[in-house]
Design a protein around this ligand. Sequence first.
Ligand code: ADP
Ligand code: ADP
Length: 226
Amino acid sequence: MTGLVLKDIRKSYGNVHVLHGIDLDIQEGEFIVFVGPSGCGKSTLLRMIAGLESITSGDMLIAGQKVNEVPPSRRGIAMVFQSYALYPHMTVFDNMAFGMRIAGESKQEIDRRVRAAAASLQLTQYLERLPKALSGGQRQRVAIGRAICRNPKVFLFDEPLSNLDAALRVATRIEIAKLSDSMPETTMIYVTHDQVEAMTLADRIVVLSAGRVEQVGAPLELYEHP
Ligand code: ADP
Ligand code: ADP
């Protein structure tokens, strides 16, 4: 039993009910995109999967293990944010190495993984730079590289292209599609309100509306027979 299972997941902030019982069965290696209007609960659900928000009720399983109370660093997940969230005072290399250093990986293994990720994302020549000396697209590739280095079972993306201009958005989207193909066992969960991103990246799209799952299906199923 691998993948990710959500069983009647609910979230409330005080009396405000944000998620009303989400049930999803996500297969290992699947690319899932959450779409829906602003405020429907996409980010909240993603942050709950990441362990950054508590679960009000329901169960969440990653690779068959209940993770409701498991802290973010021990869930086997890595997350890429809209705003990159790089450490400004660290070089590209150190940003990508950070999680592995915390995890106590050997210097040799850190070096190997950072260089492999940098090569696959065309970042090798930037490893000694600070984030401020990079373009937005390069910064987001560093954030993706940092996530790759953690060898996640589940890879989470929260509107990763929103801060990029149109050309970089397309290029970075293609990088993410390639990344997903190169990590066939890694489950990808991606939040966006962009239909083109959803159509081109998803194996299955989950349409959320006011805290409920409205539809689940492959892109062509959803958009040819809505
Ligand atoms: P989306 O990502 O789909 O735009 P969010 O998950 O950010 O939606 O938010 C879903 C709803 O939950 C919104 O109505 C939002 O205002 C509310 N919400 C999110 N975080 C909090 C919070 N910390 N306290 C209260 N309400 C919140
Ligand atoms: P986004 O739409 O990009 O997800 P938001 O502006 O909705 O971002 O939320 C930014 C932060 O504010 C999040 O951490 C979210 O949990 C929190 N938040 C959102 N809505 C509320 C709210 N109504 N009350 C308190 N915190 C909120």
